[in-house]
Design a protein around this ligand. Sequence first.
Ligand code: HEC
Ligand code: HEC
Length: 456
Amino acid sequence: MRCLPAFGLALASIPTALLAQNAAAPPPSAVVKMHCASCHSGPVPKGGVLLDSADADQPFKDPDAWERVVRQLRARTMPTAGAPRPDHQTYESTIAALTASLDRTRLARDVSLTDTELAKRLSGMLWNGEPDQPLRDAAAQGTLRDIEARRTLVRRMLADSRSAALVTEFFNTWLALDELTTLKVDRDRFPEFDDDLRGAMRRETELFVESQLRDNRSPLDLWTADYTFLNERLARHYGIAGVSGADYRRVTWPGTERAGLLGQGSILALTSYPFDAYPVDMPTTSPAQRGRWILTRLMGVNPPTPIPGMPSADYPFRKHIPSVTLSKALPAAPCGACHQAFFPLSYGLEHFDVLGRWRANYGTDAIDASGTLVDGTTFNGPVELRQRLLERPDAFLTALTEKLVAYAIGGKLAMAEPTPASRMPAIRAVLREAENGNLSWSSLIAAIASMPADLQ
Ligand code: HEC
Ligand code: HEC
């Protein structure tokens, strides 16, 4: 049975510090009026999103619309580039006020899992299988109810070789590693990109993620870890000396450029065009693909919907220049303003070519790896890009938790679905619980395991 939100109770549960902070901060209605209404009101609101500023103080009345707003605020992707934006404090207080209201609806909805269901959710998530005897015993003894005990158990399950299923099922889907297998390649031009190399790139990422899980690192280390796994073939591809044989081993990168997933050939290649690509008629890295990959995974936001027929086929494109160079030269209106939400995310990776090799220049032309994010933040090169992206990790952690929860509930097919607004309060609760446990894979998974049974 659904109950109406219990207001008295909800207010009592908001920490006093937050209320005090909110007392000094402008209410969401004022922020929306000042920074959003100019584009999101009237008969034809931008993006089809009508934001009546008065409703911003009662967001629980329309969770779908206001969860979308929270998502944009968290990623700092709204307002659009160049428009006046709130300062950091105002962003944070607006997100806090909106989510505090949205989270009230949560209170009435808890239906706990039974011990057996808890054990099944854990083994399904981590091993893609049924609970084993120790896990069944823990369920029978009621140990799984205790958060600390559950974290310890999850650490044991992650260290077990069966957790490889989490990599092949969850991570390969989330990172789109399967696309590497079908990536179109001009084999005449890139004879070195054979099935061995494709396989090695994929294996590198799988081994890397597996080691992060086994060592129970923080999910943030996916982007910053200073090591990877190479065999001779892949080491040669990257120009790393001293690795021989077909076996993979852990190798520490000599510099910080390649840290984490954004330095791995798998992701760099699957977001590129190693063939004569439209509209530049040459193999090229792709700001659209790399930018979109980062935007959706690290910031949890979708790129804008392209307008059909834009650009038209007779647009005077310059040929035979890299796509990044082309995109930087496009006029702001009507092109660049729309691309600015996500193309620049790729610019910092431009020193990595279509097969993920480091290049100092484009033959004779210099590479410009600088960019400006939609919120005006500037960077140059992969190291600074990564720093900027991780300055506010909430967007990534929320996006990751959404995907893990979808996977826990419905398996990998469910990961393609957008998260229903009704699920977001539980996602935020999970993240808070994981952060109480020093944010690691075990604390995140242990928190997800005990999420209510009635989530849609
Ligand atoms: C200068 C105009 C402008 C301003 C100011 C602006 N927006 Fe937008 N907004 C757009 C455009 C254009 C789109 C559609 C393209 C897109 O999704 O990026 C959009 C789309 C959106 C969407 C839909 C995204 C989705 O697909 O779910 C949301 C939500 C949104 N804006 C929220 C906000 C909020 C909140 C503010 C104020 C903090 C704001 N916007 C300020 C222009 C603006
Ligand atoms: C409404 C927003 C919007 C406008 C306006 C727009 N684009 Fe785009 N553009 C996109 C999106 C979104 C993509 C990525 C499509 C995809 O996912 O492959 C894109 C991709 C591209 C690409 C491919 C880049 C790559 O890496 O593959 C080119 C080239 C491009 N746009 C050119 C233009 C030009 C030229 C104009 C202006 C005449 C323009 N666009 C206007 C949204 C827009």
